[in-house]
Design a protein around this ligand. Structure first.
Ligand code: 5RP
Length: 290
């Protein structure tokens, strides 16, 4: 028992001063439990409200794609510049030093390869996401894909149920079937459906009219980078997405396939968090590439 001798009576009550309320920095997350908020805060910087996720989960559908042949050589040197790592448990376990201590958005479904159409994905065990200390679980949702819409919606809902049980937010990843138009109408529908089904983060693509996609999605959107384009164009994509309401980027190929990946991710970080223009970001990229 604590010693009562010398016990100081409570006397600092802040009377007349309302208790501080938490103005949480992640869109749509104010009512989430503490553990969820803690995990989201590991991903989204409380000062800027933004996030740069480094996506290198491509191997789970593509195998050893360019830039990801040797994770230890190409990705590990970039980890310090990322706010969050998006990868599979196989790569996390085999190739990412645990001492990196970065939040992980764990790719939590599997079942497709680029050799076929989208397949009937299954979820990994949520206990494994807990064992890997995941800060979020990423699950694909294929809106409008007649064969896969229902199964990917079921995966998303199940992941959200399990995530809610253990305090792990889910990222809904909008997968675009070959037959879908990549326009604001489609991305707004797919993003909103992810959020309505309980996703706390949505990953989708930038498009013309993106401000409508972001405005109608009640949780933060991070955009994928897509196929490799010249660095200035990729930085313009980041800048435009942020200006139009994205909360960050979840970028892969435009970072790790860049001629200077470390310079590129730092420039992306500055565009996302510091609000510099794409041109300023490109100057930074060039300076850091020397
Ligand atoms: C695949 C993914 C990838 O992580 C995503 O496409 C991001 O990578 P990139 O910027 O290379 O498009 O979610 O389903």
């Amino acid at each position: 028992m604590p010693d009562m001798e010398g016990f100081r009576e409570a006397n600092n009550f802040g009377l007349g001063q309302a208790q501080a309320t938490d103005n949480f920095h992640v869109k749509g997350a104010s009512n989430l439990p503490w553990g969820m908020k803690d995990r989201l805060t590991r991903i989204f910087n409380p000062k800027s409200g933004k996030a740069v996720l480094l996506a290198f989960d491509h191997g789970f559908i593509m195998g050893p794609t360019s830039g990801l042949e040797r994770i230890d050589l190409s990705i590990v040197p970039l980890l310090e510049y990322a706010d969050c790592l998006m990868c599979t448990r196989g790569i996390l376990q085999s190739s990412i030093p645990a001492a990196t201590n970065k939040p992980v958005c764990l790719r939590s479904d599997a079942g497709s390869s680029i050799l076929t159409e989208l397949n009937r994905n299954v979820l990994i065990d949520v206990e494994d996401a807990i064992r890997y200390n995941a800060s979020a679980m990423a699950v694909m949702f294929a809106a409008g894909d007649e064969e896969r819409e229902a199964i990917t919606a079921a995966n998303l809902v199940k992941a959200v149920d399990l995530g809610n049980r253990y305090g792990i937010p889910v990222m809904g990843v909008t997968a675009v079937g070959k037959q879908m138009a990549r326009d604001a109408r489609y991305f707004a529908l797919a993003s909103r459906m992810c959020a309505e089904n309980g996703a706390s983060i949505v990953k989708t693509y930038y498009c013309e009219g993106f401000e409508r996609v972001a405005a109608t999605c009640p949780v933060p959107i991070v955009i994928a980078g897509g196929k490799k384009v010249p660095e200035l164009d990729a930085l313009k994509l980041c800048y435009n997405a942020i200006q139009d309401g994205a909360a960050g980027v979840d970028m892969g190929r435009n970072v790790f396939q860049s001629e200077h990946p470390a310079a590129m991710i730092q420039a992306v970080h500055a565009v996302v968090h510091d609000g510099i223009t794409a041109e300023q970001g490109y100057e930074m990229y060039q300076d850091l590439s020397k």
